[in-house]
Write a protein that binds this ligand. Structure first.
Ligand SMILES: [Zn+2]
Length: 471
């Protein structure tokens, strides 16, 4: 009989979405075998190959970042993190699972897109990963393909009401995809911005000589996010399908989600740290520096943040993901000098999410359990990975983070591990830091040293959304 490696994590405060308990954790091979109170007879009896002392630390589930774009093609360039560099940076930040977006190109099948993304990620990832599918071309063939993808564990599909001529789907295509999802268990994810109207405002702004990055935020009006969110909700109701709205940033869009949820609809919303911690003031930074903050939906005036924090507490927003899509300032963001519409859209952040949300705990905006729910448990449930991912319980994958809640750090491009030449949070001081990370029982970060390897990360087929009635 082959021997299974055993690890014991002793002395920490174990925090999940449900509980906070002073417990030791026994890991056997890739999974958690048991939890037992500190000093209990059970815990005292555990022998182990490796013991990790977590005294004075938190022990939390590895983060699940349900929205990343490694190597994403956009505007004639590619997001600067590969699956290798991006998943390593994620691990440094306490995230042990990402769900990235495979892209279907117009005129090609979903299968071709999914295969291409598997090829990019295969043998590269330091942590586990799954895929959503971007539907750029809804037609009879791709609608049928959706059923097959759901069966093999790619259970969520992203549609765009923005980016006409690239990813955009009109209302008819959206309705057809939603109808298909209502029958096959898929979850429709929506980029909800009225791209047709936005393109008119872009054209008018450029014609008026308004070319600086700040105009990216001004033309992408909050009302056009709210309008698209409202329309997506109504289309989902007509189709009888659940809906997940990605990267919600406007207070008016949150109000649409809150109304839908008050009606008891299967409508869910996600926001990202950049909308909670950054604002249109960053987009307005001089000397083209605002380009570092160009993403869509855009950063909003600071007043919107209160509505987002409130919605995170009331569950009108259920998940915090990063929408990690980094482009270097030099050579990439610069493509849009003199024309904000040519600035590649996206921010780096996969490494910063757990720390920034912990900072919200420090500042009294979230409870510790809500931190873990938003960053680990809810995304795992939303996308069919729970309880293998997102919690610490017997039988779960041993994706575990030992977190020092008292360590201070200053976020900086000097010290981060993402492959991008700036940090959106440069100079920000936060309390709390990842110390040790295990992925399926194997050390990835050991007391602030990277000991992982490309190819450890495995593809994770997913079940369907676990928030739907009857599942
Ligand atoms: Zn995205």
């Amino acid at each position: 009989m082959s021997r299974t490696a055993r690890t014991v994590i002793r002395g920490g405060l174990v925090i999940t979405a449900a509980d906070e308990v002073h417990a030791d954790i026994l890991i056997e091979g890739p999974r958690i075998a048991a939890l037992a109170a500190h000093g209990s007879q059970a815990a005292a009896g555990w022998s182990a190959d490796r013991t990790i002392d977590a005294t004075g630390k938190y022990v939390v589930p590895g983060g699940v970042d349900a929205h990343t774009h490694m190597e994403m093609p956009f505007g004639g360039t590619f997001a600067s993190d590969s699956f290798a560099t991006g998943t390593r940076a994620a691990a440094w930040g306490g995230t042990t699972t990402i769900i990235d977006f495979a892209v279907q190109s117009v005129g090609h099948s979903l299968r071709e897109g999914l295969d291409a993304w598997h090829a990019k990620a295969d043998a590269q990832c330091a942590i586990d990963y799954g895929f959503h599918m971007i539907l750029a071309d809804v037609n009879e063939h791709t609608l049928k393909e959706m059923d097959l993808l759901v069966e093999e564990g790619c259970t969520s599909f992203k549609l765009f009401m923005a980016y006409p001529g690239v990813f955009y789907s009109d209302d008819g295509k959206i309705l057809r995809a939603m109808q298909r999802a209502s029958g096959n268990g898929g979850l429709i994810m929506m980029h909800a911005e009225n791209g047709i109207a936005i393109d008119v405002l872009v054209e008018q702004a450029l014609a008026a000589g308004h070319t600086d990055p700040r105009y990216h935020g001004e033309v992408r009006r909050a009302l056009l996010e709210a309008e698209a969110t409202h329309r997506a909700i109504q289309l989902a109701r007509v189709a009888g399908a659940p809906l997940y709205v990605v990267h919600v940033s406007a207070a008016e869009a949150v109000a649409e989600l809150a109304h839908a949820r008050d009606l008891g609809l299967d409508v869910f919303g996600e926001t990202c740290p950049q909308y909670l911690f950054l604002s249109a003031d960053d987009l307005a930074r001089p000397d083209f520096e605002g380009a570092k903050y160009v993403c869509s939906t855009p950063l909003r005036p600071v007043e919107h943040q209160a509505a987002l924090w409130r919605a995170l507490r009331t569950d009108d927003l259920s998940v915090v993901s990063t929408d990690h899509c980094p482009f270097c300032f030099y050579g990439q963001k610069e493509l849009g000098r003199g024309d904000f519409s040519r600035i590649p859209n996206g921010l780096p952040g996969v490494e910063n999410r757990m720390d920034l949300l912990h900072q919200a705990v420090v500042e009294g905006k979230l409870t510790r359990r809500r931190w873990i729910e938003l960053a680990c448990a809810a995304p795992a449930r939303m996308f069919g990975l729970y309880p293998r991912k997102g919690t610490l319980a017997p039988g779960a994958d041993a994706d575990v983070v030992v977190y020092d809640p008292h360590a201070e750090q200053v976020i900086s491009a000097e010290s981060h591990h993402m492959n991008v030449d700036y940090s959106a949070y440069e100079g920000k001081r936060v309390t709390g830091r990842v110390e040790t990370v295990l992925s399926r029982g194997e050390l990835v970060i050991d007391a602030r040293s990277y000991v992982g390897r490309a190819g450890h990360g495995q593809y994770q087929p997913r079940g369907i959304c676990q928030y739907l009635t009857g599942h």
